[in-house]
Ligand binder design. Structure first.
Ligand SMILES: Cc1cc2nc3c(=O)[nH]c(=O)nc-3n(C[C@H](O)[C@H](O)[C@H](O)COP(=O)(O)O)c2cc1C
Length: 140
């Protein structure tokens, strides 16, 4: 069964998961950023980092292209570490997988977020950051 791994990663948390998956198999035909090349596989592992409690647009666009595939979703998130926090993110991402496909598994965990990164996010969009933090705190 042909396998491909598609992921995006800015600070390498999700990349670590992608490489860990790759190392479990010796028949991965593609690993890398979203590309039509990856569509030539029966099972596609799709990795994302959490953004706005879903995934970034390039992953949504890639998921929309999937047809009749087995799909394994994996991701990393920054602001929480509980099932209550993770599940809505994974559900949101899963909702972008067309119904002709079968989601065969999911995995999500908290990625490392440096203080510098947090500050950069805060400076880039203070209001959004506060909204994210507020939403996160509601889970505790
Ligand atoms: C612009 C931006 C938005 C983010 N939004 C969220 C979010 O909504 N929820 C969350 O848990 N983490 C959020 N994060 C944190 C990242 O999802 C987290 O650090 C992830 O592990 C990064 O993955 P990467 O190292 O593969 O890039 C955000 C990070 C950035 C830079």
């Amino acid at each position: 069964m042909k396998k491909s791994i598609v992921y995006i990663s800015v600070t390498k948390n999700t990349e670590l998961l992608a490489n860990t998956i790759k190392n479990q198999f010796n028949d991965v035909s593609y690993i890398g950023s979203p590309s039509d090349e990856a569509l030539d596989a029966d099972i596609i592992f799709v990795g994302f980092w959490a953004q706005a409690f879903a995934c970034p647009q390039p992953i949504k666009d890639f998921l929309a292209k999937l047809d009749n595939k087995k799909v394994f979703l994996f991701g990393t998130a920054g602001y929480g570490s509980t099932p209550e926090f993770f599940n809505p993110i994974m559900d949101a991402v899963a909702s972008f997988v067309p119904e002709t496909n079968k989601i065969v598994g999911t995995f999500i965990c908290q990625g490392k977020v440096s203080e510098a990164k947090m500050n950069a996010i805060k400076e880039a969009d203070a209001t959004k950051f506060e909204t994210c933090l507020f939403t996160m705190l509601c889970y505790f």
